[in-house]
Design a protein around this ligand. Structure first.
Ligand SMILES: Nc1ncnc2c1ncn2[C@@H]1O[C@H](COP(=O)(O)OP(=O)(O)OP(=O)(O)O)[C@@H](O)[C@H]1O
Ligand code: SF4
Ligand SMILES: [Mg+2]
Length: 342
């Protein structure tokens, strides 16, 4: 497959043809009767100190992709190369436990649910300090000083460090999760829908914080979201995912102005615009997102695509470069004139 998002910039993460199939087992003997093709051949790169948005509807495989990158779950196939700032390129999929530990200190994850992702029985000092104690043996006053600094960096008072997470609001809890993720000075943070569970007013503050931290510490983000409105102002490039596959990737402005995949066009049609005079017709996608246990043949999007032809029902479209740095998986990308948003 063509390499999506190639660039001369320093690359921090390269994911090539990543596959994760979960077996479906039935009956007393637990025989495998099928598989959930959660991630089915995904290729992308994340440049250093930049943000790649990974966008798609619920169940398309975004979290599974993130978890495979950290090897929180074992990928079925494919390659994940992490470019460690001291050790150079590391093959995550075949990494031994020692190498994996080095990867995991430099790749962190923040989660959607700021309530479920923090241990309620640990104080902020323990939550934020744990990675430092476990990985670097930091304890005592040195630990308190470092945690105080991390809390300050994310906009929380260091005096709170003896409190438990239940004393904090959703937005503050997300800041605690961010402080913990930053403790080991990572190169890459996988942000799995970090603002989806927050009030709209708090979402903007959290996004601003993440952007400030990126600038300050040169962080790269893989930023997962389920719609295109959240990533518009934070992502340098966007990868759109549908039922386990990437359907389009491009730099953010190019993707929003010139979408080349009908699914991207539909997602863009529901991005709110500040200009009330802008003519906007929302494309209502009919039907449900297909199950990755039983995806439709050919182009997975064909049952919901208003441009589908017979070819789409039988032939799988390959992700190809249609313009510089712009990749699309659609048979009709050369002939369609799709509506973007300015
Ligand atoms: N451990 C598992 N066993 C079986 N199926 C799984 C497992 N984890 C995820 N899946 C399935 O894989 C598919 C992709 O799930 P995933 O959580 O990656 O989607 P997502 O894009 O993150 O969705 P959401 O936006 O809802 O978070 C879904 O159909 C899900 O049910
Ligand atoms: S390949 Fe066909 S069905 Fe799939 S998005 Fe393109 S036009 Fe629509
Ligand atoms: Mg998810």
């Amino acid at each position: 497959m063509e390499q999506a998002l190639t660039s001369d910039q320093d690359i921090v993460l390269e994911v090539t043809d990543l596959v994760k199939h979960f077996p479906i087992k039935r009956g007393f003997l637990q025989r495998q009767v099928g598989s959930v093709k959660a991630v089915d051949g995904v290729t992308f790169r994340v440049p250093g100190s930049k943000t790649l948005g990974l966008v798609g509807e619920s169940g398309c495989g975004k979290t599974t992709t993130g978890r495979c990158i950290l090897r929180a779950i074992e990928p079925t196939a494919g390659e994940v190369i992490f470019h460690h700032d001291e050790l150079g390129p590391l093959d995550v999929v075949s990494a031994d436990p020692e190498t994996l530990k080095r990867v995991r200190t430099n790749v962190q994850m923040i989660f959607q649910d700021p309530y479920g992702s923090l241990n309620p029985r640990m104080t902020l000092l323990e939550i934020v300090g744990e990675p430092l104690t476990v990985n670097r043996g930091v304890r005592g006053h040195e630990l308190e000083d470092r945690v105080a600094e991390l809390l300050r960096v994310v906009g929380l008072h260091p005096e709170y460090m003896r409190r438990f997470p239940h004393a904090f609001s959703g937005g503050q809890r997300q800041r605690i999760g961010i402080a913990r993720a930053l403790a080991l000075n990572p190169q890459l943070v996988v942000c799995d829908e970090p603002v989806s569970a927050l009030d709209v007013s708090i979402q903007a503050q959290t996004l601003n914080l993440l952007q400030d931290l990126q600038e300050q510490y040169g962080l790269a983000y893989l930023f997962v979201a389920h719609d295109l409105s959240v990533v518009e102002h934070v992502a340098d490039a966007v990868a759109v995912m549908y039922v386990g596959r990437l359907v389009e990737t491009a730099e953010t402005e190019e993707l929003y102005l010139n979408p080349r995949h009908p699914y991207t066009e539909a997602l863009l049609s529901s991005v709110p615009r500040p200009d009330p005079t802008a003519i906007k017709k929302r494309i209502m996608l009919e039907g449900e997102v297909p199950s990755p246990a039983n995806p439709p043949p050919g182009c997975h999007f064909h049952p919901r695509c208003r441009y589908a032809t017979d070819e789409c029902r039988h032939e799988v479209p390959i992700l190809r470069e249609i313009a510089p740095e712009h990749f699309v998986a659609c048979h009709r990308a050369d002939v369609l004139h799709l509506a973007g948003v300015g």
